[in-house]
Design a protein around this ligand. Structure first.
Ligand code: SF4
Length: 197
């Protein structure tokens, strides 16, 4: 593979390397069951014809699929604007992996976000312990100036109270009492990342 510690390629040039070209060609052949080249090229030519144009102009309805993501992504993006501030999302790791990859792809640089890694037990009994441990770890590992907390839909469905949880975490010494931990409830099942921001 062409990656090494000295030479780390972004995904666009990386996928142009011969190893990846070969792998993608194999994948296409074996798993994508593509149409023959002739059919693809005929279709491409058809899209340039007057008939195709008329068909498009004859459309009576339009479905718009807006590029919207869930609320916490907006909150994470907002927190990224503050110096040495780390986002802490109270919820599951999978959601946070999605925000990180989304922002990393967009900005073409790594994006740090931590989660309280809620799993089944936290979903049943509440995520207080995850918040207490998570804030302590984040404070120790990243030495941030501020930790900005938001929530995923799981934490909102079970009704975790961020204000109470953060106060409890401070009482247990996860972060100093005067350390800034702003928070926003960002239920992912209403609105979009715009509301979250
Ligand atoms: S919609 Fe809910 S489960 Fe999906 S990424 Fe957003 S917070 Fe996570």
């Amino acid at each position: 593979m062409p990656q090494s510690a000295e030479k780390t390629l972004d995904h666009a040039p990386l996928f142009c390397e011969p190893e990846y070209r070969q792998m993608l060609a194999k994948k296409k052949l074996k798993f994508e069951c593509p149409h023959p080249d002739q059919v693809v090229s005929d279709q491409r030519e058809f899209t340039k014809t007057w008939e195709y144009r008329e068909k498009n102009l004859a459309r009576q309805a339009l479905v718009v699929n807006p590029a919207k993501a869930c609320q916490p992504l907006g909150a994470v993006f907002a927190a990224a604007g503050f110096e040495r501030t780390i986002s802490f999302v109270h919820g599951s790791q999978g959601c946070v992996a999605y925000y990180r990859s989304h922002l990393s792809r967009h900005f073409k640089e790594p994006s740090s976000v931590v989660s309280s890694s809620m799993t089944e037990d936290a979903a049943v009994f509440g995520g207080l312990k995850n918040m207490v441990d998570g804030l302590a770890n984040t404070y120790k590992l990243y030495s941030p100036k501020m930790i900005a907390v938001s929530t995923t839909c799981m934490a909102e469905v079970i009704g975790d109270d961020l204000h109470g949880f953060i106060e409890n975490a401070k009482s247990e010494g996860s972060v100093p009492r005067d350390f800034d931990v702003p928070f926003a409830h960002t239920p992912a099942f209403v609105g979009s990342h715009v509301d979250g921001y």
